[in-house]
Ligand binder design. Structure first.
Ligand SMILES: Cc1ncc(COP(=O)(O)O)c(C=O)c1O
Length: 416
C-alpha cells in the first residue's frame, strides 16, 4: 500500500519516539552484551520500577467486583475522581478548583497534552503561517512530536546556564515576530517545573512574569506539573501556577498519577484551570475516548488524599534522594565536576555533560551502550540545546546504579 498517499505529511515525517527507539536498539544488542557480561541496564525511561502503594492495588482488587464498575465512564471523569482532585489541589497547594468545570480527567497527561496541541493548532503548509507553541529547550521529547505531528512550529526557549535557566520570554516573542511568524498564530507557552530532562525548578517571580506575558498577549499558558510530587528538599517544593495571581485567566495545568504512585502503565492524569479552556478542550476530547476505566479512577481517587498515599510519596522521595547521591558520588569519582549545591533535588533525572572527547551526545551514548550495556538518553533528543549532554533516570535498584558506576570505571568512561 502507498502509505505516502494515505498518511498526512506530518505523520509521515515522524521518527519512532526516542524511548521506544532506544528499547529497539537495546533489544538487538542484548545477546551480544550478555555474552560479555554487560546485560543491559536501562537508565533511559522515566518510569519508576517500584511496586505501587499496596493500599492502592488492594483497593483496586476489591473494586473490580463492584456492580457497574466495568462499563463506560465519561471523558471528564467520575465525580468522585474530580472531587478528590479538587481536595488534593486544595490540600497540596491551597488552590481552589471547581470539580465540575475546572477539572477534566486524562488517559495519562501525555494524551492530554497531545490532544490539546491538536485542538489549538491548524496544520499549515507555509512555514510562516504556522501556529507557534513556545517550548522550553531542552524539554519532554514528546512535546516536539506532538507539535510536529500537528503541523505547527515548536519555538525554542533555551534553558541555559547563561540565562540562569530563565529565558526572557518577551525577547523571544519579538524574535518570533522578527523571523516572520504572525502574532495571532502564537498559541501557547509550555512550562514544565520540575523540568524533564534537567530536573530544574524556578521561582514564583519568574512564573508570575510568564503569566503576565500570557495575559498581555492573550496566549495560553500550559504548565506541565507531572513531577509536582517528586522532590526531596523542602526548599525546592514544587508549586502550582494557580498559587499565583492571574494564572486562571490564561492557564491550565497538567498532572499525572504515573510518577508519584509508580503506575505509569495505568494511564491516569488530569488537566485543571481556566474553565473555558478546560470545557472546550473537553468537547474535543469527548470525540476521542470514553474516559478511564472506573475501577482505576476509584482506586486513584481514594489514594490521592490518603495517609498511605502521602507516606508512599514521602518514602519514594527518600529513595530518590539516596539514588541521586549514589549517582552523584559515582560520577564525581569518574571525574565529572558536579557542584552538589546546584544539583536539583527534584525528579529522578540527572543531566550531565558528555566527556569532551566525544563529538556528540549520540556518539557518547552509543559507545556507552555498546561497551557497557548502559542505556542513556542523548540530550539532543530533548531539543537542540540538549546537545553535549545526556540524561539518566535513577529509577532502578541501588545495586544496579552502583553496577553502572562500576562498569563505567572498568570500561574507562571517565570525564577526562
Ligand atoms: C514532563 C512530562 N510530562 C508528561 C509526561 C507524561 O506522563 P503520563 O502520560 O504518564 O501522565 C511525562 C512522562 O515522562 C513527562 O516527563
Amino acid at each position: 500500500m502507498n502509505i505516502e498517499k494515505l498518511f498526512n505529511k506530518e505523520v509521515m515525517s515522524l521518527d519512532t519516539y526516542i524511548m521506544f527507539k532506544l528499547k529497539e536498539i537495546t533489544s538487538k544488542l542484548t545477546p551480544e552484551l550478555i555474552k560479555k557480561n554487560r546485560a543491559p541496564i536501562s537508565l533511559s525511561m522515566g518510569a519508576p520500577t517500584a511496586n505501587p502503594p499496596k493500599a492502592l492495588t488492594d483497593r483496586l482488587k476489591e473494586i473490580l467486583d463492584e456492580d457497574g464498575i466495568h462499563t463506560y465512564s465519561t471523558p471528564k471523569g467520575e465525580s468522585y475522581l474530580r472531587k478528590a482532585i479538587a481536595e488534593r489541589m486544595k490540600k497540596r497547594f491551597n488552590v481552589d478548583l471547581d470539580a465540575d468545570t475546572e477539572i477534566f480527567s486524562l488517559v495519562g497527561s501525555k494524551e492530554g497534552i497531545a490532544n490539546l496541541v491538536r485542538f489549538i493548532t491548524t496544520p499549515k503548509e507555509y512555514e510562516y503561517d504556522k501556529d507557534v507553541i513556545m517550548v522550553p529547550d531542552p524539554c519532554y521529547a514528546s512535546y516536539l512530536q506532538f507539535i510536529q505531528c500537528s503541523g505547527a512550529k515548536a519555538y525554542s526557549m533555551p534553558l541555559t546556564k547563561e540565562n540562569n535557566y530563565q529565558p526572557n520570554i518577551e525577547e523571544i516573542y519579538h524574535q518570533i515576530l522578527n523571523e516572520g511568524y504572525k502574532a495571532e498564530n502564537i498559541k501557547a507557552v509550555f512550562i514544565n517545573y520540575p523540568n524533564n530532562p534537567m530536573g530544574i525548578s524556578t521561582s514564583k517571580e519568574y512564573v508570575k512574569s510568564i503569566i503576565d506575558f500570557c495575559r498581555k498577549y492573550d496566549i495560553l499558558l500550559v504548565s506541565d506539573a507531572a513531577y509536582a510530587d517528586l522532590y526531596f528538599s523542602e526548599d525546592e517544593k514544587p508549586f502550582s501556577i494557580f498559587e499565583l495571581d492571574g494564572a486562571k485567566d490564561v492557564g491550565i495545568e497538567f498532572y499525572s498519577f504515573s510518577k508519584p504512585y509508580a503506575i505509569t502503565g495505568w494511564r491516569l492524569g488530569w488537566v485543571c484551570g481556566n474553565k473555558d479552556v478546560v470545557q472546550r478542550f473537553g468537547k474535543g476530547k469527548s470525540t476521542i475516548d470514553n474516559g478511564i476505566f472506573k475501577a482505576l479512577q476509584k482506586a486513584c481517587a481514594e489514594i490521592l488524599n490518603s495517609e498511605e498515599g502521602d507516606k508512599y510519596i514521602e518514602e519514594g522521595n527518600k529513595g530518590y534522594a539516596r539514588k541521586q547521591a549514589i549517582m552523584v558520588k559515582g560520577f564525581k569519582e569518574l571525574g565529572w565536576e558536579i557542584d552538589e549545591k546546584t544539583v536539583p533535588h527534584t525528579t529522578f533525572y540527572l543531566w550531565l555533560p558528555i566527556p569532551k572527547r566525544y563529538k556528540s551526545a549520540f556518539d557518547f551514548c552509543e559507545d556507552v551502550l555498546k561497551t557497557s550495556g548502559v542505556v542513556l538518553v542523548p540530550g539532543n533528543a530533548f531539543g537542540t540545546h540538549g546537545e553535549g549532554f545526556f540524561r539518566l533516570s535513577f529509577v532502578c535498584s541501588d545495586e544496579q546504579l552502583q553496577e553502572v558506576i562500576d562498569r563505567f570505571k572498568a570500561d574507562g568512561f571517565t570525564f577526562n
